[in-house]
Design a protein around this ligand. Structure first.
Ligand code: ZN
Length: 152
């Protein structure tokens, strides 16, 4: 286990989300609604890091993240790393990655968009730029920047 993970009190089973963009941890807790999940959640903020100057870490006990949650996490902090912990050891490491098509996780800001008006329509966005996060609605063409993203 890396030095950084040791800062977090070990958990038996669950997920450690590491290398979260500093200051973004609270928003991730909120968007993923982790505090409602009924398991123990810890948030570490402004942890010194070699790769970034500072980072946040979230520890979620007894739970792994769903595909939708990982997609939201990627949009909130593309450099985050997911460590799945089983029996006190890192069983699996995952990089998060913003998919080319973001489906069913982001709300289109155009009120007239079909995705807001057809009950059966699933929102779909195309990834335009992953560095300076920018996505585009497939239905209406609305472009949305990182600050404007609102999650479903
Ligand atoms: Zn749209």
């Amino acid at each position: 286990m890396s030095e950084n993970l040791l800062r977090v009190q070990p958990i038996r089973n669950g997920t450690v989300i590491d290398h979260i963009k500093s200051g973004r941890g609270r928003k991730i807790l909120e968007v993923l609604n982790l505090s409602e999940s009924g398991t123990t959640i810890s948030l570490l903020m402004n942890v010194p890091s070699k790769k970034q100057n500072r980072k946040d870490i979230i520890k979620v006990e007894d739970r792994e993240l769903s595909e939708d949650e990982i997609e939201k996490l990627a949009l909130l902090s593309p450099k985050a790393r997911i460590n799945i912990i089983r029996n006190y050891a890192v069983a699996e490491k995952k990089k998060v990655e913003i998919p080319e098509i973001i489906s069913g996780t982001v709300h289109c800001s155009n009120d007239n968009c079909i995705s807001n008006n057809e009950r059966s329509a699933t929102t779909q966005f195309k990834l335009l730029d992953s560095e300076n996060l920018r996505i585009q609605c497939i239905y209406c063409g609305r472009k949305i920047d990182e600050d404007e993203i609102s999650f479903l």
